[in-house]
Design a protein around this ligand. Structure first.
Ligand code: NAP
Length: 281
């Protein structure tokens, strides 16, 4: 497991052995918003050939097991612990209900992440981050756990959303954020709404479409990327950004790079952290 594990800092100098546990927690991302701009960050796992997911024979996408490790998941949770708001999406809630994905909507409920609940308390953060569900279809199940843990849940969609679905969620007591001119929520309008609601550290745990709109609109502050040392191949795949060429909005500066030589599958992986030059808070 991760506790006690060491990895190597390659950048910035000096080269040094460091503890994996606490590596991202020490960044204090919840204190980095500035000039009225919430700090928005995302984290992706990719292979050397830039794949974040593969397609099975039916066209369904999945996260290959060889991309994931307990160490990467620990860092994912450390990032989550620093958020006052998580942005997920309708697709995740459907997968959660079908038990195709595990629950990442609450933090610190399991033994291995209990320390993160205590860390949030010490930092004056609410026990659980609030949740935004981005959805164009508005057709997803709402997990009971969100209300059970006292998390406010907002739904972000576009102005062309189905009025019957909008009424359904309003009748259930959820606030809808209309943050796009079409069917989809847009990054800039969504971050402006969340800013007005007082959120300072916003963690994108959604997929590539949400990352695309955040970066394209210049609202992503930081990108964390775990790069596992394997070529996945696969003719059907997903990568980080599905939309058209990005230009300067897609330019990043590396802030740190750590090397774990032992996992996954003894290949090794890099944990990289990048600042978006258009979206820095
Ligand atoms: N390797 C990694 O780090 C990583 C990270 C994330 C995802 N993945 C994988 O990549 C594959 C594709 O990811 P995905 O399905 O999460 O991604 P996606 O295609 O970006 O998003 C899927 C759903 O999110 C909602 N959505 C996304 N952006 C939206 C927006 N701007 N406005 C409104 N709704 C929006 C839509 O929900 P509705 O259908 O409800 O309208 C959409 O169907 C999956 O296999 C996933 O497991 C890998």
């Amino acid at each position: 497991m991760t506790r006690g594990k060491s990895i190597y800092r390659l950048f910035p100098p000096p080269f040094e052995e460091v503890a994996l546990h606490g590596l991202y927690l020490s960044l204090n991302l919840h204190r980095l918003s500035s000039a009225g701009r919430p700090f928005v960050y995302a984290n992706f796992l990719a292979s050397l050939d830039g794949r974040i997911a593969l397609e099975d024979a039916s066209g369904q996408t999945f996260l290959p097991k060889s991309l994931t490790t307990p160490d990467d998941f620990r860092l994912f949770l450390e990032l989550e612990a620093q958020a006052d708001c998580l942005i997920t999406h309708g697709g995740y809630l459907r997968s959660l209900q079908e038990k195709r994905l595990g629950n990442i909507l609450q933090i610190g409920l399991e033994e291995r992440s209990r320390d993160l609940a205590a860390w949030r308390r010490n930092q004056g953060l609410k026990p659980q981050p609030d949740i935004v569900v981005a959805s164009a279809s508005l057709d997803f199940p709402m997990p009971a756990s969100i209300r059970e843990h006292g998390q406010r849940c907002l739904i972000a969609t576009g102005r062309h959303a189905d009025p019957a679905r909008v009424r359904h969620w309003e009748n259930e007591g959820y606030d809808i954020l209309f943050t796009g001119d079409g069917a989809m929520a847009q990054g800039d309008a969504l971050v402006d709404e969340l800013d007005a609601l007082g959120y300072r550290s916003i963690y994108l745990i959604a997929g590539p479409h949400m990352l695309d709109t955040m970066v394209r609109n210049g609202r992503l502050s930081r990108l964390f990327q775990t790069i596992t040392h394997q070529l996945l191949g696969g003719e059907g795949f997903r990568t980080l950004v599905p939309g058209p060429e990005l230009g300067p909005h897609g330019h990043f500066k590396m802030l740190s790079l750590y090397y774990d030589p032992t996992s996954p599958l003894d290949t090794g992986q890099w944990f990289a952290q990048f600042e978006n030059l258009s979206g820095a808070a």
